[in-house]
Design a protein around this ligand. Sequence first.
Ligand code: BGC
Ligand code: NOJ
Length: 812
Amino acid sequence: MKFGYFDDAKKEYVITTPTTPYPWINYLGSQEFFSLISNTAGGYSFYKDAKLRRITRFRYNNVPLDLGGGRYYYLFDNGDFWSPGWAPAKKELDFYECRHGMGYTVIKGKRNNISTEVTFFVPQNYNGEVHKVVVKNEGTEKKQVTLFSYLEWCLWNADDDDRNFQRNFNTGEVEIKGSTIYHKTEYKERRDHYAFFTVNSPITGYDTDRESFIGTYNGYQNPKAVEAGKSTNSVADGWSPVASHSIDITLNPGETKELVFVLGYVENALEEKWESKGVINKTKAEAMIAKFATVEAVDAALAELAAHWDALLSKYSVESADDKLNRQVNVWNQYQCMVTFNLSRSASYFESGVGRGMGFRDSNQDLLGFVHQIPDRARERIIDLASTQLEDGGAYHQYQPLTKKGNDSIGGNFNDDPLWLVLAVVAYIKETGDYGILDEMTPYNNDASLAKPLSDHLKRAFDHVINNVGPHGLPLIGRADWNDCLNLNCFSMEPGESFQTSTSKDGKVAESVMIAGMFTYIGDEYAKLMDKVGNKEEATRADNEVKKMRDIVMKDGWDGNWFLRAYDDFGKKIGSEENEEGKIFIESQGFCVMGGCGADDGRAVQALDAVEDRLGTKYGLVLNNPAFTKYYVEYGEISTYPAGYKENAGIFCHNNAWIMCAEAVVGRGDKAFDYYTRIAPAYTEEYSDIHRTEPYVYSQMVAGKDAKRFGEAKNSWLTGTASWNFIAISQYILGIKPEYDGLAIDPAIPTSWDGYKITREFRGDIFKIEIKNPNHVSTGVNSMVVDGKVVEGNVLPVFGDGKEHTVEVILG
Ligand code: BGC
Ligand code: NOJ
């Protein structure tokens, strides 16, 4: 069952009912000011950092869920009142529609012959959210209505805001000037920033004190002021400051009124604040307000935003016979890659914004699917990440986006972390040809005095693996590898301790075959990069280490039919036929095959066959099988989840992509694409009622076959699934791979395909590639003609002329 449809021409998902199975959200802003907005206008805004600079308040896990806060409008019409987005008033609408597009959302509602259309977006290079509100009288009689706006301020630090009521109920301060409501809590003492909410029209009234507007015993559904059709002109003094305008509007039949509301954020220089003695300097706010004084200015900014997205998305696009594939690749997957790049795992409807900042492994992986869009931002991110690396090559697991400093709240020692940096740098250089990044002086532990060229960071990342191996010569897992919940060193936990605080017994035994697989794949990339930059000695050393690891994997990391997952801290196998539960895990199969383990002797294919056999379901591949039904203290958190959820045999969409890549590596395009369609949102849209999360973006996890709610997704938006699935489809399946010397064409497609076209902008050149499959094969380039000339091999050269080049590829 569906709750909307894709409007491909407009790059929008159109939701046709407000009561979707779960709030279906969008993100506004992709630079410094960000907002989350649901299909009923719930959500919140922040500047750079969802924890430290939260602008509007949101109550997570509220009842009902999506009434935790938002930017709400109410229409008061002759005693009746309603909301254009259905919530929060929840009055039945004669028409409802929500269009989530690229960086904007349009919500339309109609009741009693009044229609409203609100367009929400964050303009480019602007620290604010703009709302264009259009109210129209569609009836035959004159109407007198009152429009109320409403939002609730957060007192900046969302974590403190949620806890420290004894203090925070006393600090709230606002200022009202004309139609602008300023939120200036703590500006006097601690802050150099403030926010405002304004409208480009005279107002009839306002409210800035929540209780005065809503009432002590009312809720968002029926605020007292809206029930009465009149603002109370309250001025907040402590408690919960809010911002609400009311505007009386008279509309003749057919008449339309357009208004522009702006929620803005301003930072003043600290010195300015000292001089002003705590009086807010409004100059910047006034300039921001002037910018969107007219609807024409708003429309121009919307057009600019659309052009920006058109340009970003034009860097890679496919034309195929499959609409679902086209919309996934050309629009929604790339859009999600931008969002994950921006926000890592910080703020979604499942990530509270206060828990996790920018993850080291997460952000390095997010970059893989984003780097072709804005390489300069990827470059900056690489340096930020590498600057949090520790001198021994390990890394802080996370950093706070506002400060860019390593955040030790959950410690480090995740032994996969360093390798992801290598992969990110390799991807960046292959995309751009910018080897100069390797010379960039980059601090360790954010300490400038410890700065070394980035190449040194890569070396230490590589060495961190070989300096930390266990009894079989396999990499020590540390606190955990990619699988956060495989905590093999935590069996010494004290009662009440969680894996996040417990310390390892000694951490000298538990080994990860997954990190070994990663090392064979990513270490090999490191060796090739060193060779490319002429550091032959390092290339040879690295190559030898990788070969050695491959041999170890094939000897002690192979179980008989698939790759083992790990050895626990007692030296016992995990992910083996000899285990009672958790006999096979997905991660090591993907990475070992990608790293070339078992390529020569059929074991790679054997492992992948076992994956389909043991882990395959119609909704995707589960992480492990059989699911753990008992608790194993020596495995840690993984066996605490009920069977079928999260890391305990859930369908982790992130690592499904590794199997797609691995299937492509062994040349099985049919299988790779089959797995792709099992989890790609455009294909799961059909059963949105079961899946429940947004049908236009990936979710981290879908409940697995052992779960009671098999097929139900959770944790949408912020997941490495986005970038890895984009890599799987764009590079491994459709087969357009950036390489150091050009763009390699190396598809692994279903044999039934006749062909497809790709447009790829690469280092300034535009390649118009047509791939023909007359012999119905999966892989292998038979011939390639570029601008009418035959080119040997399968790598498109870099022309560097910024021109369009026509490429015809025949497979077979
Ligand atoms: C979750 C993981 C997540 C981790 C983050 C665990 O509880 O299961 O998916 O990565 O927390 O700290
Ligand atoms: C989500 C985390 O953000 C990511 O870092 C981790 O690899 C996966 N969960 C799997 O545990």
